[in-house]
Write a protein that binds this ligand. Structure first.
Ligand SMILES: Cc1cc2nc3c(=O)[nH]c(=O)nc-3n(C[C@H](O)[C@H](O)[C@H](O)COP(=O)(O)O)c2cc1C
Ligand code: SF4
Ligand code: SF4
Length: 262
């Protein structure tokens, strides 16, 4: 199989998936373009990939599934029998049905999975009080991602027809998401109204005027606003999120390693 170009396609609010696919791409050593599905306007742009391109498609795992916002944006990208490398990025708990779901969605869109993977990224709810996979992907993850990229290229070099790829997961998928609408809060005493939380929000649900307002119904809890707030004013108070963070930190502290399915 001859590949003319790599297309990195990702939805990555807190950047761990982005860093992972960049490392996979480095291991592939080919010319590339980026389709970043993270900003709100990604919802309105369509993309078509050719047969001789290789898509590397990454999404985070939320509740063992691909979050609905990511699914909707991935659906704007069409393949034409285009080979795809699938990357589910999770916060050291579990990826459950997410990789299988990513395979099903992308194959419906005209891609054909040649490889799948599950990599670990710092959990969105990581904090000093409740560390969860802090700093990942770290150096080891990055070098594993580069190795994986090189192995994928080796695999597809001699490939004609793409056989069906087996990845872990079950159908019907587990029930994802749900829960009451919630969003981080902004502490008016330390908020400098810089607008960063609004700029990094993937759903555009934050508005900064002389106060910070958040449309909770459209908040995905991605925590990009918290991680990027320059003063620490943006923070979680929601009891369910704080409890989940503590539980994840104590029950899922043992380091998990990336897995590739080739
Ligand atoms: C609402 C929500 C649900 C999550 N559910 C899971 C999960 O089921 N398993 C897991 O290991 N990590 C889970 N995570 C953590 C993310 O998958 C992880 O932080 C990932 O690296 C984020 O990717 P990004 O940096 O590319 O946005 C969840 C995060 C959020 C915000
Ligand atoms: S990023 Fe932080 S400091 Fe800036 S407007 Fe938002 S809450 Fe305020
Ligand atoms: S407001 Fe919600 S969706 Fe927007 S960046 Fe913050 S956590 Fe993510």
């Amino acid at each position: 199989m001859n590949i003319s170009k790599i297309k990195l396609v990702y939805y990555s609010p807190t950047g761990t998936g982005k860093r992972t696919v960049e490392a996979i791409r480095k291991g592939m050593d080919l010319d590339y373009d980026v389709i970043d599905l993270t900003p709100p306007d990604a919802e309105f742009k369509s993309h078509s990939l050719a047969k001789d391109e290789l898509a590397v498609i990454a999404a985070p795992v939320y509740s063992g599934r691909i979050p609905a916002v990511a699914v909707n944006r991935i659906k704007k990208v069409k393949g034409d029998g285009t080979p795809a490398v699938l990357v589910a990025v999770y916060g050291n708990r579990a990826f459950e049905d997410a990789l299988l779901e990513l395979k099903d969605i992308t194959e419906e869109l005209g891609f054909k999975a040649v490889a799948g993977s599950a990599f670990i990224g710092q959990h969105s709810f990581d904090s000093e009080e409740s560390p969860i996979a802090t700093g990942r992907p770290d150096g080891e993850d990055i070098s594993k991602a580069m190795d994986f990229g090189a192995k994928v290229m080796e695999k597809i070099k001699g490939m004609g027809e793409i056989p069906d790829l087996e990845v872990p997961g079950n159908r019907p998928y587990r029930k994802g998401g749900g829960g009451d609408p919630r969003s981080p809060e902004s502490d008016p005493d330390s908020c400098i109204l810089c607008g960063m939380c609004a700029r990094v929000c993937p759903t555009g649900c934050v508005e900064v005027t002389d106060i910070v307002e958040t449309e909770k119904e459209r908040c995905t809890a991605c925590t990009a606003c918290v991680q990027n707030c320059p003063t620490g004013a943006r923070h979680w108070e929601h009891e369910g999120i704080l409890k989940a963070a503590k539980w994840l930190s104590t029950e899922h502290g043992v380091r998990r390693e990336p897995e590739g399915f080739l």
